[in-house]
Design a protein around this ligand. Structure first.
Ligand code: SF4
Ligand code: SF4
Length: 112
């Protein structure tokens, strides 16, 4: 079973490297006082993806949005999120890639 660090390293290499808030090499350029939902909620995200199985991204996106956005400080009581509306949340922007990376790490370990 891969460790959480192995998953996070793969996410940095594949998601952060492509993120508009990164430096293109996997390093985050967000200001220290700005939180990235992918980083803040990483353990929860990992658990949700690992406990979901579908050929479609929709069930993953729905479960991630229900669980992560449900506890995120950026979502208001009426389920609105300004960051989501402004395409400013890395988790929301990269759902398909995040799921793909986590499942690839999982598969690589199973096939070893
Ligand atoms: S905002 Fe999040 S996804 Fe983007 S580079 Fe920073 S940590 Fe990675
Ligand atoms: S879309 Fe908004 S509420 Fe959901 S994780 Fe991102 S910042 Fe938080």
């Amino acid at each position: 079973m891969p460790t959480p660090d192995q998953y996070w390293l793969a996410l940095q290499q594949r998601v952060c490297a492509k993120c508009v808030d990164g430096d293109g090499a996997g390093n985050c350029r967000l200001a220290q006082n700005v939180e990235c939902a992918l980083k803040t909620h990483f353990p929860l995200i990992l658990g949700v993806v690992q406990s979901t199985s579908s050929d479609s991204i929709d069930p993953y996106a729905e479960r991630l949005r229900n669980s992560v956005c449900g506890i995120c400080i950026n979502q208001s009581a009426d389920n609105a999120c300004r960051l989501r509306d402004d395409v400013d949340c890395a988790l929301d922007r990269y759902y398909p890639l995040i799921v793909e990376v986590i499942e690839e790490v999982q598969r690589a370990e199973v096939n070893r």
